[in-house]
Design a protein around this ligand. Structure first.
Ligand code: HEC
Length: 110
């Protein structure tokens, strides 16, 4: 966290305006299209890029727990109610656990 703040402070002067609406030059289309895409993008990129999300594959309970962790440890605005459901649903649908390798399954019959 301390390192993060330091980096954020250094970058702030030069790129604050830019970083505020396009963290790391990303926009919502970097995430898979679907309901919740924009909500996730704007709720989650205040502090880090989407890379940390895109490389993750968690079951629903873990995404849900991460929302509390991000709030308690890192000061994210608490996500509650319908918005939380939308965001956790989106994350689970697009960044859920990887399916087990479908060995022996006919790829043409999927
Ligand atoms: C208030 C700041 C803040 C917000 C907003 C935020 N995060 Fe984070 N998040 C962090 C910090 C800080 C870390 C730790 C980064 C590190 O370890 O380098 C982190 C780490 C993570 C990780 C990695 C966890 C792990 O154990 O590998 C994931 C996944 C993640 N965030 C997802 C999200 C998602 C999804 C959202 C939006 C719902 C979000 N974050 C919003 C601050 C935030």
């Amino acid at each position: 966290m301390r390192r993060f703040l330091l980096v954020a402070t250094c970058l702030a002067g030069a790129t604050l305006a830019q970083a505020a609406d396009a963290p790391g030059g990303e926009d919502p289309s970097i995430l898979p299209a679907g309901q919740g895409q924009e909500e996730v993008f704007y709720a989650c990129t205040a502090c880090h890029s989407t890379a940390i999300i895109r490389r993750s594959h968690f079951p629903r309970e873990q995404w849900d727990g991460l929302m509390d962790w991000m709030t308690e440890k890192h000061g994210m605005n608490p996500l509650e109610g319908a918005e939380r459901t939308l965001i956790v649903d989106y994350l689970t649908q697009h960044f859920g656990p990887r399916a087990a390798p479908a060995r022996g399954r006919n790829p043409f019959l999927n």
